[in-house]
Design a protein. Structure first.
Length: 160
């Protein structure tokens, strides 16, 4: 597993519980700050017990058919691996926004929209869910994103 935030941590735990031998390679000194508080102790205990191997401050140099070459503390080592998952994050593609004419901040990729209605700068085009966070998609999660639809449907209803 390459990565050290929620996706990598959850996948590592699921794979471990499914019977896989799992190694986590993360470029940071410790897991990401945003790892959920109820998941963090689980993975950290797996690390402590040696049930999941943790390579922190580590960088992947090469992926081959049966191992991953990892650089750590100035030296390289080969970690055996039949499968490699690079769960290293993502940001949304802007192609659709560009096609629609939806404006967004070049740095955060956060689209321009009215938080009262979720309508963008393009009349009649509404956004809901994590897409409104742009690159900062951790700001919108299930508990708050699920209310967007209700707000925008009311806004659409009041237009007609
Ligand atoms: C590992 C992980 C753990 C998480 N844990 C939690 C948690 O414990 N609690 C919590 O509240 N949140 C959690 N989240 C966040 C939560 O999953 C998201 O906030 C939520 O799924 C966002 O919902 P959404 O509908 O906005 O977007 P998504 O669920 O991402 O849905 C967007 C959909 O749009 C589709 N799509 C994209 N582009 C196009 C296009 N051009 N045309 C058509 N379809 C398109 C995609 O295929 C996708 O199906 C977690 C996320 C991750 C990655």
């Amino acid at each position: 597993m390459i990565g050290g935030k929620n996706s990598a941590v959850e996948a590592a735990l699921d794979l471990f519980r499914g019977g896989a031998r799992v190694s986590v390679v993360h470029r940071g000194a410790s897991l990401g700050q945003t790892v959920k508080y109820w998941i963090r102790p689980d993975i950290e205990n797996r690390f402590k017990k040696g049930e999941i191997a943790a390579y922190m401050n580590a960088r992947v140099l090469e992926i081959t058919k049966d191992h991953v070459k990892v650089a750590q503390n100035g030296s390289a080592r080969e970690v055996p691996a039949q499968q490699v998952f690079a769960l290293t994050g993502y940001h949304p593609t802007m192609v659709f926004f560009d096609q629609l004419g939806v404006q967004y901040d070049g740095d955060t990729l956060r689209p321009q929209y009215d938080p009262q209605t979720f309508e963008t700068n393009v009349p009649g085009v509404y956004l809901a869910g994590s897409v409104v966070g742009g690159r900062l998609n951790g700001e919108v999660f299930i508990e708050n994103g699920r209310f967007h639809g209700e707000v925008l449907m009311k806004a659409i209803g009041s237009r007609n």
